[in-house]
Design a protein around this ligand. Structure first.
Ligand SMILES: NC(=O)c1ccc[n+]([C@@H]2O[C@H](COP(=O)([O-])OP(=O)(O)OC[C@H]3O[C@@H](n4cnc5c(N)ncnc54)[C@H](OP(=O)(O)O)[C@@H]3O)[C@@H](O)[C@H]2O)c1
Length: 299
């Protein structure tokens, strides 16, 4: 029997969102996706604003957001604005629809990123760390998270998942680096010593399902694996899973030329992020270490 009636997923057409839709289909009687493009099982952001939440919506998830690392888009003020509004305005639209609903959903889970924590070579961040927003990406994550705030009178449980780099074969970083690694041209970015917070797509989906089903879960969860690795260690694990060398470093300057210095910092810098609250709640990872995650993805 389905656990939930209707589940609504903003950004459910993307890499993470389509995996979430698949995961929720096993536990819900209906999954609806909010998208800018019409299609079966979809509603538009405009429909949501005009008509409010679909009937019997019990779970709402939002992972919508313009791809920051789209190599075809220059890092212009207009594109930066699009990166912000595609996250902040969609989350805000959902929060407003929840506030207006006569029958608010049980739970509202929104995506955020580990970019919430400014890059640092020594600090260790868990969900209780409260660093000030000091760069574009940490400010973006603060605004993204705050845009989903609900009033104290609203009974909906609110959860935020601050995700690390999501590893899966159909999208994200693996799709971008697969061919260079396959050709034996893979390797770390810059020094490779920067931290690389990561999570396997199955664990991220399971974390959303866990948060939806477990009424005790509230507030922020760091969507990262418990094993902290550097960019160099990730490259080594991926190369070894693909039986390829991974010694070819990609110079920082090349990334900066291609993406602009600010955007390149997402790859050339990193933060050490640990999932303290996730483990305290008793969540079990399928892929807690980078070797098993990489092997599963490329085989
Ligand atoms: N992949 C990762 O490693 C990773 C790590 C941490 C956080 N995240 C966050 O997780 C979210 C999903 O990532 P993803 O890898 O699944 O991205 P993706 O494959 O590019 O999917 C993005 C989704 O957002 C929607 N979208 C894109 N531009 C939009 C816009 N301007 N306005 C409204 N909706 C828009 C798209 O929906 P339609 O085109 O159907 O409207 C699509 O479903 C993003 O917010 C990303 O920042 C991802």
């Amino acid at each position: 029997m389905a656990k939930f009636s209707t589940v609504l997923i903003g950004g459910g057409t993307g890499f993470v969102g389509s995996h979430l839709a698949e995961g929720f289909r096993n536990v819900a009687s209906k999954v609806l996706v909010i998208s800018r493009m019409p299609g079966v099982g979809r509603i538009s952001w405009n429909d949501l604003q005009q008509k409010g939440l679909p009937e019997e919506t019990e779970v709402i998830v939002n992972v919508a957001g313009q791809n920051v690392l789209d190599p075809m888009r220059r890092w212009t003020p207009g594109f930066r604005q699009n990166v912000v509004s595609s996250r902040v305005l969609t989350t805000k639209t959902l929060a407003e629809a929840i506030e207006k609903s006569a029958k608010p959903p049980k739970v509202f889970i929104t995506m955020s990123g580990v970019g919430y924590y400014p890059p640092n070579e020594t600090a260790e961040y868990n969900e209780e760390s409260k660093p000030a927003a000091s760069d574009f990406f940490s400010k973006l994550c603060h605004d993204w998270e705050n845009s989903g705030n609900l009033s104290d009178q609203t009974p909906t449980r609110r959860v935020i998942i601050r995700s690390g780099v999501v590893l899966g074969s159909e999208g994200g970083i693996i799709q971008r680096v697969y061919i260079p690694f396959f050709l034996g041209l893979g390797g770390p970015i810059g020094s490779g010593n920067q931290f690389f917070p990561w999570i396997h797509i199955d664990d991220l989906v399971n974390m959303f399902l866990f948060a939806a089903s477990n009424e005790k879960v509230v507030g922020v969860l760091n969507g990262v694996a418990p094993q902290v690795v550097t960019n160099k260690e990730f490259s080594k694990a991926l190369g070894s899973a693909m039986f390829r060398p991974s010694f070819m470093p990609l110079p920082e300057k090349v990334i900066e030329l291609a993406f602009g210095k600010e955007r390149a910092s997402m790859m050339t810098e990193g933060q050490k992020v640990v999932p303290k609250r996730v483990l305290d709640y008793g969540f079990n990872y399928k892929f807690p270490d980078i070797e098993s995650a990489c092997k599963n993805i490329v085989n």
